[in-house]
Write a protein that binds this ligand. Structure first.
Ligand SMILES: [Zn+2]
Length: 176
């Protein structure tokens, strides 16, 4: 297997064992193939890197907002591909990682927490799916400014919920 097209480890891993901003940005952009094996698995397990990835996704959304509010001054009509500001890959990766991160907690059976996470997850997926559908149809263009932010906010809430559940379980086990 060739590894030439992957980022070198010193660009991916920080000295403290977390992922670098470069690696998180690559993940947020859907460029998971650039990362060495184990990088995305680490994000799924690591609350620090998960929340950093969420922040990277938010920045990506904000960049999309700015591009939409201040379109290129070419005067020409933009192609449809450029009008779609939703960072679908970033949202999809973040959602997938949130699911991976939540899976152990869900399997461990956290009672009410489990239901809360499931509800959050459901709300999140519904909003993202709605956002994609609206973006695809091109209708309700006014909604497009709000939906990415709503999706991102829900992503952050899910991430915080996952991290909180894990911490609570750790403290329960460690407090014995
Ligand atoms: Zn980490």
């Amino acid at each position: 297997m060739q590894n030439d097209d992957k980022l070198s480890p010193d660009l991916v891993w920080q000295a403290d064992g977390h992922l670098t901003e470069i690696a998180l940005t690559a993940l947020g952009d859907g460029e998971e193939a650039l990362l060495p094996e184990g990088a995305s698995a680490h994000v799924a397990r690591c609350a620090t890197c998960s929340s950093e990835l969420g922040r990277a996704a938010l920045l990506s959304l904000r960049a999309g907002e700015l591009l939409r509010v201040h379109p290129a001054p070419s005067g020409a009509r933009e192609p449809a591909a450029l009008r779609d500001p939703l960072p679908i890959p970033a949202i999809a990766v973040a959602l997938a990682l949130s699911t991976l991160g939540a899976a152990p907690s869900l399997v461990a059976g956290a009672g009410g927490l489990r239901e809360r996470l499931a509800a959050l997850w459901h709300a999140c997926s519904v909003v993202v799916r709605t956002g994609c559908a609206v973006a695809g149809s091109g209708a309700l263009s006014g909604w497009l400014t709000a939906l990415p932010w709503l999706s991102a906010a829900l992503l952050v809430i899910v991430g915080v919920g996952v991290a909180w559940t894990r911490e609570k379980q750790l403290s329960l086990h460690g407090g014995m």
